[in-house]
Ligand binder design. Structure first.
Ligand SMILES: Nc1ncnc2c1ncn2[C@@H]1O[C@H](COP(=O)(O)OP(=O)(O)OP(=O)(O)O)[C@@H](O)[C@H]1O
Length: 572
């Protein structure tokens, strides 16, 4: 365990401040041990009138003065702890977030139940707790118990011997008990996690649940998980209750055994400190035992966090891409989600300034191709070249500077309209932001927002409609001014007025740029420079709308179905 913490704290663990922090912690422990020992000595000497009253005054002074001294030591130790341990944990957390951002999305989705973010927060808190247990609390309890027992042993070695013998017995019995109990508690934790994940899914699908009612709950298997949780609780709760009591009883047995041995030897004034000190040592040992149990959770949290940190990251290249517009070529590109192939030897060419439309049935792999082009996922086989340079050998930043992406369901981040637009170009002035909003046909709704660019776009502020969100995303893409624009079904689900507004905005965005658009609206394909038809991850047809109609294959069939769908009426 210490090895992980060293790894985690490696910068500060070797630093001067960290050593001072550890030294101060040790002094703090000694100061903590002083009052009970001094008080016991004070009582013993008062009883015997040994060196009285001068020595009594000294011990009383120590007993009352050390808490004051501890105050100063603790204050300094805490300051140094914040500077070293907390700083190391925050740096680790930052590093972890950076790694997560550079991890392909599909890798993260492999994380159980998609709850990795929530777990990550909890696990880091547990690791932080674990570090303090090891560095401070466990040390305090063990060292304090050791000092106090040594004091007892000084007056009555036979009492210490009896106590240690009983303690060894207690540890063996405690360990056997712990193994069984831990199994039950692990099971309970597993069940709690499953129930939490189901509840999170319910919150995401709250509208569906309201509309279809609680009768559909079995679809989430929540009842099964709740039942398993109940069963696990039934085993774990008594086990936990019994565990503490048994350990207490065993420790008390140690005490009694130790004292019996002392009593049998001789009852005199030296027994006084023993009687005073042993219960305190007993309390410290119990604390250390509980903390040892907690370290097990820390170990599991560390293993989970490390597993996340060790997921393969995006391939990072060193060469920046050339800034001029170039042809984008996709050569025999393949991609699989875990073991499931989705793209199979996709070939395509996108010339600078051209407008390409990708069509195909649901699940054909259109969005995945767009994600691979945006390098949200790194492809497996084949190559994607920009002007002959493979994009996966380019720095991620330089490739991302080449592409602007607008997705079907644009997520706006909590913050103001300005914050969201500035993601496109962080140094843009207000005039440039307003111009982008104007070009993206946002004037009509932004004019109604009193805050203008400072309008807060989240709960408690304004929640833009789907069409408004899409137009804000287009304004953001306009600000980015990237030569390649990737659009994924940006008008699906919008009413005809919003769709035509968004379409207008797309036309402005498409000017002088290479546009690759995924859509189910084949009207978009009519004026496109090329149409790619995707089926089960393969490009099965490619060409202009008229030529594809003439070929009379899959695209022609899709077009005919599309034409029919436009004529459908609901007859009541
Ligand atoms: N994160 C993911 N993990 C695993 N499989 C995925 C993931 N995303 C998509 N898939 C699968 O990959 C296949 C292609 O999905 P994709 O979204 O690319 O299709 P699409 O052509 O865009 O479909 P649609 O027209 O319905 O949007 C589907 O079978 C889908 O189930």
């Amino acid at each position: 365990m210490i090895r992980w913490f060293r790894k985690l704290l490696h910068g500060s663990a070797t630093g001067r401040d960290f050593s001072r922090y550890l030294w101060l912690t040790w002094i703090d422990i000694l100061l903590l041990a002083l009052p009970p020992v001094a008080a016991a000595e004070f009582i013993r000497q008062a009883y015997l009138q040994e060196g009285w009253p001068a020595s009594g005054a000294i011990f009383l002074g120590i007993a009352l003065g050390s808490p004051l001294l501890r105050l100063a030591v603790q204050w300094k130790a805490r300051m140094l702890g914040a500077k070293t341990v907390f700083a190391a944990i925050s740096a680790y957390r930052r590093q972890l977030v950076r790694r997560v951002l550079a991890t392909p999305l599909w890798q993260l989705h492999k994380w159980p139940e998609g709850q990795w973010l929530e777990r990550l927060g909890g696990d880091i808190r547990q690791i932080q707790e674990g570090i303090f247990i090891v560095l401070v609390r466990l040390q305090v309890n063990l060292l304090l118990a050791a000092i106090l027992l040594l004091y007892v042993g000084y007056y009555r070695p036979e009492v210490l011997g009896g106590f240690l013998l009983a303690l060894a017995l207690c540890l063996v019995v405690g360990h056997c008990l712990l193994t069984t109990i831990t199994r039950h508690v692990d099971k309970l934790n597993e069940c709690n996690m499953a129930v939490r994940a189901r509840l999170a899914t319910m919150m995401d699908g709250i509208r569906t649940l309201r509309l279809f009612g609680a009768t559909r709950l079995p679809a989430l298997r929540l009842d099964i998980h709740l039942q398993a949780q109940r069963q696990a609780q039934q085993r774990a709760i008594p086990a936990l209750a019994v565990r503490d009591q048994i350990f207490h009883a065993l420790l008390e047995l140690c005490l009694i055994l130790g004292l019996l041995l002392a009593w049998r030897a001789q009852a005199d004034a030296d027994l006084l400190p023993v009687l005073l000190i042993l219960p305190i040592a007993h309390h410290n040992l119990y604390g250390a035992w509980q903390e040892w149990g907690l370290l097990k959770w820390t170990r599991q949290a560390w293993v989970r966090v490390q597993a996340l940190a060790e997921l393969p990251q995006q391939l990072q290249g060193a060469t920046p891409l050339p800034g001029r517009p170039e042809t984008l070529s996709v050569n025999a590109v393949g991609f699989a989600y875990a073991d499931r192939p989705v793209l199979d030897a996709v070939d395509a060419r996108f010339s600078p300034g051209s407008h390409s439309v990708i069509v195909g049935r649901n699940g054909a792999g259109k969005s995945t191709l767009l994600m691979v082009l945006a390098r949200l996922y790194d492809h497996g086989d084949g190559q994607i070249l920009l002007g002959g340079v493979p994009i996966h050998t380019a720095t991620l930043g330089s490739w991302r500077a080449h592409v602007a992406v607008v997705l079907q369901d644009t997520a706006l981040l909590p913050g103001t309209l300005r914050d969201n637009l500035l993601l496109g170009r962080p140094d843009a002035k207000d005039e440039e932001l307003n111009e982008a909003l104007h070009k993206a046909c946002c004037d009509d709704f932004v004019a109604q927002w009193e805050g203008g660019l400072d309008t807060v776009l989240s709960e408690g502020g304004v929640i833009p409609s789907a069409g408004e969100r899409q137009r804000i995303a287009i304004a953001r893409a306009l600000l980015k001014d990237a030569p390649i624009v990737l659009l994924d079904e940006v008008t699906s689900g919008l009413d005809s007025v919003s769709a035509s507004r968004v379409q207008q905005a797309i036309q402005v965005l498409a000017r002088h740029r290479t546009v690759i658009q995924v859509t189910h609206s084949l009207l978009q394909a009519v004026r496109a420079d090329q149409v790619l038809v995707l089926s089960t991850g393969k490009v099965i047809e490619m060409g202009k709308h008229a030529a594809l109609l003439h070929a009379d294959r899959t695209y022609a069939a899709l077009w005919s179905l599309y034409q029919h769908s436009l004529q459908w009426r609901v007859i009541g």
